[in-house]
Design a protein around this ligand. Structure first.
Ligand SMILES: Cc1cc2nc3c(=O)[nH]c(=O)nc-3n(C[C@H](O)[C@H](O)[C@H](O)COP(=O)(O)OP(=O)(O)OC[C@H]3O[C@@H](n4cnc5c(N)ncnc54)[C@H](O)[C@@H]3O)c2cc1C
Length: 419
């Protein structure tokens, strides 16, 4: 690959790739490169998720999350149709199993209406059983517009399109330094066409006019190496899935979700059919001791010390100690996890499930221990600040929203960098 580009995009997950595609389609006269540390693209969050095309019910009306999800879902279906990527619009039920959940379910339905989610309706116990014969519930939100897809396949298709229209993708390039090249002893870079040097740990270098980082679980560290604030920090939360044994697949037709607990950012353990015909149950949410640690015993001393020395995480843990311990317990003992699932499908037993894969969510956290819920952009200060843009928080459902996020980031890039 050449070493000089107009825009370098660091991070080959679904957000970086969707944005790279959008930028090259808008600016075919400019040169773009995606730099990804792994040998393959979309290896982390974009390749380890529930595979749901969310319809946009949950998010606060007027928030970026709500707008981007609703637009992103419809763009995703259009894109999959255009590119021949298989998906299933298998729908979703959000099920209240206890009386006390019904007011929250109704409020959620109102939220979905305010967000203009298509075709939502409230259904009763009888209709729940018509849709999902093995599911028990008092009342549910029926969202037929929700679907499933393989988000990794979608991300790889963005990458293919990006390359077809002239973009360059380099894998195995772990960015370890981003800084302005110093032209003169005074540090002036005036007149330099490509004043930003992006280096990897092997000493290889790419120079660019502008840099965009979409680093997922490492978005805080990528921001920090270019001189930006370390906050919001990323705290990794692992989600373990169980898999339903094939002979029990008949128990689940579409997505079945709980009424989310408003105190937590995750949607709760759910039943999700996959594009390959399997059915995943989960994920839970436990603090991971390694940012890209997919196994229970994965540990990285640097990540661990980094996390526990952060006052924001300590405050969060202190406030949610019981919930956190409950999640860890359910992660270790399958029977405890199955008990949660039996609230929705009483026929599922511990003998019907196997331990499955896991994903790690990049959860942004501020120093007061508040979970950062919406998107965060940051440029930093000084000369480099006008040439670098960091996407610091692209939380779920960023896969569903990826095409809409890409439009928003491309607008931001155009304004900031005056492309
Ligand atoms: C368990 C789980 C379930 C989810 N379920 C859903 C769902 O059903 N539907 C949905 O819409 N969303 C879901 N999400 C959310 C969605 O998967 C993520 O929001 C989305 O994939 C984020 O994409 P990303 O590109 O920001 O991050 P990532 O996919 O993590 O990509 C970041 C990339 O940056 C690279 N990188 C990092 N540091 C460097 C460096 N120094 N140099 C070069 N490259 C670097 C990484 O290797 C990685 O490839 C889920 C997430 C998880 C974890």
């Amino acid at each position: 690959f050449f070493s000089v580009y107009d825009v370098a995009i660091v991070g080959g997950g679904i957000v970086g790739l969707a944005t790279a595609r959008e930028l090259v389609l808008r600016h075919s006269n400019l040169s773009f490169i995606v730099l990804e540390k792994e040998k393959e693209l979309a290896k982390h969050q974009s390749g380890h998720n529930s595979g749901v095309i969310h319809s946009g019910i949950y998010y606060k009306p007027g928030s970026l999350k709500a707008k981007l999800c609703v637009r992103g879902a419809s763009l995703s279906y259009e894109y999959c149709d255009k590119k021949g990527i298989p998906y299933k619009k298998c729908g979703k039920l959000i099920v209240a199993v206890e009386q006390e959940e019904i007011p929250r379910l109704k409020a959620l339905y109102q939220r979905g209406q305010q967000n203009n989610v298509r075709d939502l309706k409230i259904i009763d116990a009888k209709e729940i059983q018509e849709r999902e014969p093995y599911c028990r519930g008092l009342m549910a939100i029926d969202s037929p517009y929700t679907g499933i897809v393989d988000w990794r396949q979608v991300a790889l298709t963005y990458a293919k399109e990006f390359q077809e229209v002239g973009g360059t993708v380099v894998t195995g390039f772990e960015v370890s330094d981003i800084k302005m090249v110093q032209e003169s002893p005074e540090g002036s870079t005036d007149g330099m066409e490509h004043p930003i040097a992006i280096k990897n740990s092997k000493g290889e270098e790419v120079c660019s006019r502008y840099v965009l980082t979409c680093g997922g679980l490492y978005s805080d560290r990528l921001s920090q190496i270019s001189g930006c604030s370390p906050e919001p920090r990323i705290v990794p939360f692992r989600g373990d899935y169980l898999i339903l044994k094939p002979e029990k697949h008949y128990l689940v037709k579409g997505n079945i979700y709980p009424v989310p607990d408003p105190r937590f950012p995750f949607l709760g353990v759910h039943f999700t059919p996959r594009m390959d015909g399997s059915v995943w149950l989960g994920p839970n949410a436990v603090l991971a001791f390694k940012r890209e640690g997919y196994n229970v015993y994965d540990f990285n001393a640097n990540d661990f010390v980094d996390a526990i020395s952060f006052s924001g995480l300590r405050k969060l843990l202190f406030r949610n100690i019981l919930y956190g311990m409950g999640e860890m317990y359910r992660g270790i003992f399958i029977s405890a996890q199955v008990k949660q699932l039996q609230r929705y499908i009483p026929e599922v037993t511990s003998n019907d499930v196997l331990r499955g894969p896991a994903g790690v969510r990049a959860q942004a956290l501020d120093s007061d221990g508040n979970l950062v819920d919406d998107f965060v952009f940051d440029g930093g200060f000084g000369a480099i600040g006008s040439r670098v843009l960091h996407v610091r928080n692209a939380p779920s459902p960023a896969a569903t929203s990826s095409l809409a996020i890409a439009e928003m980031i491309a607008d931001e890039v155009e304004t900031r960098f005056e492309l």
